[in-house]
Ligand binder design. Structure first.
Ligand code: EPU
Length: 427
């Protein structure tokens, strides 16, 4: 199994370019199922989840071909299948994003239930209740969701919890429903606003995306469109935290600040200097790092997808920081791994108390999920000595060319084909 070997400590410095957002690209790809003409997407990150979604769409009858920096997707009028099988869905929960579009376009869909994952149970009850509110008949059997509706009809639905992919699924389904749909307590993540922008280019009539209430006036068909995926706010946040953690100085070309406000505020309060321009975001940390508490919450709150990386940062702050995770029930799996590197962190329910600053030391650690892996990589860059981060297939799901970008910033990171049997080098 591939791993990263990292020699630290290193101060991150230099410039990198932001990649396209995985979590905006996945629903954009799923939206290709809705279009009668080709969808041309650019800015897709070269990460495993995008390859998995392309494979799933191929299975469902969407032909995709690369055209320079763009991907052209054509669903055609005849689907090859309405069935998203377990083998593909189990490797990527976001596969559930094909449910709404398939049902809206074909009138039937069969998608494997994604099941739980490392960070929590992650039910999809709200996706299903929402589709039922639009007239679908939904059945769960043999680990699959089967949904049918001759044509979905507009309706009202209030989400019990704001769910990102749930909102995206309903948004896509409602575009082809007969009549108007009103969705309340919607997730407000920038990726939803972006999906609505793409659907709008395809001919959908949507108002309010990015707010709690979205209104969709159904249309008869959706057409060809061209769209560029937004920069990845979580990737950008990860590298900013890396520079803050190591007392470094970096510039991320193509990074936008608007969607990262909750992180940028904390970084500024903890002593970092930020520079925001049209071309990107810069950060340097000239002084001691101050501890600052965070509470994760749906957008515009502090993103749960940056919680683990922020915890690594707080191990370097002088004093105690409290981190409260409110979105997922099991998203502290990086804590025992950080503790192996010397971090002083105590968990009480949904709270983690981090006492810093700690002189981290390199160790063998194991990635458990995508963002926990990124946290361990950052900790390893700040730590003295050699760290082996195992199971980096998690990282490859969502970070494009991570070791190359980190090398560009001066980090000593290499990808090994297999985990060494024992530590190889003392720096
Ligand atoms: N929830 C329900 N019922 C539902 C749906 C969600 O109870 O039907 C609960 C979940 O269990 C969770 C909360 O609602 O406690 C929020 O989950 P949400 O549905 O918003 O998560 P998601 O759509 O499955 C997306 C991102 C995640 C990100 C979360 C939260 C994509 C493809 N994935 O997941 O990204 O953590 O929103 O912002 O957009 C990642 O990139 O590492 C990642 C995990």
């Amino acid at each position: 199994m591939e791993c990263f070997r990292i020699l630290g400590p290193t101060r991150l410095h230099g410039e990198v370019t932001a990649s396209g957002a995985k979590n905006a690209a996945l629903p954009a790809l799923a939206a290709s199922l809705l279009a009668e003409g080709p969808l041309e997407l650019s800015g897709l990150p070269a990460v495993r989840d995008i390859r998995t979604m392309r494979q799933l769409l191929g299975h469902l009858g969407v032909d995709s071909e690369e055209d320079g920096p763009s991907l052209r997707l054509r669903a055609g009028n005849q689907a090859r299948s309405d069935d998203a099988p377990y083998e593909l869905v189990k490797t990527m929960r976001a596969s559930i994003l094909v449910l709404g579009p398939l049902l809206a376009r074909l009138g039937h869909a069969r998608v494997s239930l994604p099941g739980g994952c490392a960070i929590g149970v992650r039910p999809i009850d709200q996706h299903l209740a929402g589709l039922e509110a639009l007239g679908a008949e939904v059945e769960l059997e043999h680990g699959y969701v089967s949904a049918r509706a001759r044509r979905l009809t507009g309706g009202s639905f209030r989400f019990h919890v704001p769910t990102v992919t749930g909102t995206e699924n309903l948004l896509m389904a409602a575009c082809l429903a007969k009549g108007t749909t009103v969705l309340d307590n919607c997730a407000r993540e920038p990726e939803i606003r972006e999906l609505a922008t793409l659907l709008g280019k395809m001919g959908a009539r949507i108002q309010g995306a990015g707010t709690e209430r979205i209104e969709i006036e159904g249309v008869e068909s959706l057409n060809a469109a061209t769209h560029r995926v937004i920069p990845d706010r979580i990737e950008i946040g990860t590298y900013l935290i890396g520079a803050a953690m190591t007392g470094g100085e970096i510039f991320i070309r193509g990074a936008a600040s608007a969607d990262l406000a909750p992180l940028l505020e904390k970084l500024a309060e903890s002593g970092c200097d930020l520079s925001i321009s049209d071309s990107g975001l810069g950060l340097s940390r000239p002084t001691e790092l101050k501890p600052r508490d965070i509470l994760t919450a749906p957008h515009p709150g502090f993103p749960t997808d940056l919680q683990a990386q922020y915890m690594a940062l707080m191990t370097q702050a002088s004093g105690q920081a409290t981190i409260c995770e409110t979105v997922f029930e099991n998203r502290f799996q990086h804590v025992p791994e950080l503790a192996r590197m010397g971090a002083d962190i105590h968990i009480h329910g949904t709270f983690a108390h981090v006492h810093g600053p700690t002189a981290l030391s390199g160790a063998r650690v194991m990635a458990t999920d995508l963002r926990a892996s990124a946290c361990l990589v950052l900790a390893a860059i700040a730590a003295a000595g050699e760290t082996i981060v195992g199971r980096i297939y998690h990282l490859d799901r969502g970070y494009e060319r991570m070791e190359l970008k980190l090398q560009q910033l001066g980090a000593r990171v290499e990808r090994l084909a297999a985990e060494p049997t024992r530590a190889t080098t003392t720096p």
